[in-house]
Design a binder for this molecule. Structure first.
Ligand SMILES: Cc1cc2nc3c(=O)[nH]c(=O)nc-3n(C[C@H](O)[C@H](O)[C@H](O)COP(=O)(O)OP(=O)(O)OC[C@H]3O[C@@H](n4cnc5c(N)ncnc54)[C@H](O)[C@@H]3O)c2cc1C
Length: 464
């Protein structure tokens, strides 16, 4: 087991925490790390690909288990679409394994760089949450090592309380060591996508609500700088799978080579350098210009076909795009609001961001449904994810604004997603989870981790 003391960051490079990094390759090595932590009086946090926008995979001064070396497929059954793998396997590895056989992961994040362990711990949602739920709803079984050294098997029926608490539990009850997932059958390497503009927030939300039942995926881009009667305007992308027999070029479209995002633009310019050129535009004026041009371009309704990977992993088109936010990095704030109150809450939040001259440079909306995981973030409603640039000058003001956002979300019966928000406090978490849920979670925590070894910066912030 390697062990180094190093500085770790969140995905947005806005938070930093030094930690002892240990890279286990087996369940035994994970347990050894727990024993070491107990001996040294340190806490332990797992880390997948470090793609969380916040402090979920940070553990200042403690031990961080880098799970990326546990990245093997254990079993893949192309007839049933069931896959069993180690938790360090990434979504990129997964889709590339299953897609050529006519399967696709049922739920994916907006980047393919995440690990399955990280995806389960956050219980990620995709652009199909309204239809397919979270990734946890497609887990057949997982195994985990608890800080006590016990190795457990969980299914929706066996150790069900732990199944529904560890998925979405941010790695604070135990460490996943294997995950069995059901893939989704596909009949083409392409999706049919409808793209159309929406003039304001009401149009944005009603398009998500009315459109969702007719599609497999739906997602909105929200122009965070538009105000007045255009507040909340943007563009919807709604996609559906092709039916069996619809794709006449099936062999070609299913090839991985036809899914993969090209490394160069126009075949010449390396995409890895693109973020340098984006940087000068990431200010209020530059983003206003880009968003206005993007909105005007979106006014033409159109339908096109797109490979699955290109549709889902748009953000991976520009590697290291987050670096274009500059030295202070970025914070993402994602709130989940019931469908009845979303418009009121986000109108207030968007207006507040304009008043503070701290607009969101990227806004993304989705349609959601509730689920039965203990620490669920989902609602029967919508989510809005907003990216904010962090600078030395804006940090304190931004933080104060996000506290105000939390109050608005709470007042409107909303929820928070802890793979994203980095300011939400323990008081707010208690208010939206409710005392009963927190007590239930703490009871499980005591059972799985009696010495309190598993702690992250996020855990201390929201359960501190
Ligand atoms: C560009 C981008 C787009 C995104 N899009 C979406 C999206 O569409 N939907 C969505 O839901 N999320 C999205 N996310 C968030 C992301 O999916 C989650 O933060 C996810 O948890 C990251 O996975 P990771 O492997 O990087 O985990 P990390 O960030 O390293 O860790 C996340 C959590 O998982 C825990 N963990 C990691 N491995 C294990 C393990 N083996 N056992 C137990 N706990 C473990 C960590 O302790 C931590 O609490 C996006 C993130 C980015 C950067």
């Amino acid at each position: 087991m390697q062990n180094t003391f190093t500085q770790l960051e969140n995905f947005g490079h806005s938070l930093h925490a030094p930690a002892y990094l240990i890279q286990p390759k087996t369940a035994d090595e994970i347990y050894s790390a727990f024993k070491l932590a107990k001996k040294l009086g340190l806490n332990v946090t797992a880390r997948g690909a470090g793609r969380s926008y916040n402090d979920a995979a940070l553990n200042g001064g403690g031990i961080v288990l880098d799970m990326s070396a546990m990245d093997q497929f254990i079993k893949w059954d192309q007839a049933t679409g069931q896959v069993r793998c180690e938790p360090g396997v990434t979504l990129e590895q997964l889709w590339q394994k299953v897609e050529p056989h006519g399967w696709w992961p049922p739920v994916v994040s907006g980047t393919m760089k995440t690990t399955l362990g990280g995806c389960l711990a956050a219980n990620i949602h995709g652009k199909n949450n309204f239809k397919m739920g979270t990734i946890g709803e497609h887990v057949i079984e997982f195994t985990a090592v608890l800080p006590t050294g016990a190795e457990i098997i969980c299914t929706p029926k066996k150790n069900a309380d732990l199944f529904f608490a560890m998925i979405g539990g941010y790695g604070m009850l135990g460490i996943f060591t294997s995950i069995t997932l059901q893939m989704k059958r596909i009949h083409s390497g392409l999706l049919t996508v409808d793209a159309f503009p929406v003039q304001n927030l009401r149009g944005q939300l009603s398009s998500l609500q009315d459109g969702a039942p007719n599609y497999d995926y739906i997602v909105g881009w929200l122009d965070g700088l538009a105000g007045g009667s255009s507040l909340g305007r943007g563009q919807i992308h709604a996609a559906r799978y092709l039916h069996e027999g619809e794709d006449k070029n099936l062999r070609e479209t299913m090839k991985i080579a036809n899914q993969i995002l090209p490394a160069r633009i126009f075949g010449v310019f390396p995409k890895s350098l693109l973020y340098y050129f984006m940087s000068p535009f990431l200010n209020n004026f530059g983003t206003w210009g880009i968003n206005t041009a993007k909105y005007i371009a979106s006014l033409r309704k159109h339908t096109f076909q797109q490979p699955h990977a290109a549709f889902h992993f748009l953000l991976d088109y520009v590697p290291n795009w987050e670096l274009s936010y500059g030295r202070g990095g970025l914070i993402q704030y994602q709130s989940f609001l019931p469908k009845e109150t979303a418009e009121t809450a986000w109108t207030e939040m968007l207006k507040l961001s304009h008043k503070n001259r701290l607009p969101s440079y990227l806004g993304v909306t989705k349609r959601h449904r509730p689920d039965k995981f203990l620490l669920t973030h989902a609602v029967d409603g919508f989510s809005l994810a907003m990216d904010f640039k962090v600078t030395d000058a804006s940090r304190a003001k931004l933080r104060a604004m996000l506290y105000d956002f939390d109050k608005i979300v709470l007042a409107n019966g909303g929820r928070f997603y802890f793979a994203k928000n980095s300011e939400t406090t323990a008081e707010t978490a208690l208010a939206f989870y409710g005392k009963e849920t927190v007590a239930k979670y703490k009871k499980l925590k005591k059972r799985c981790d009696p010495n309190g070894l598993l702690e992250s910066d996020l855990y201390r912030r929201i359960f501190g």
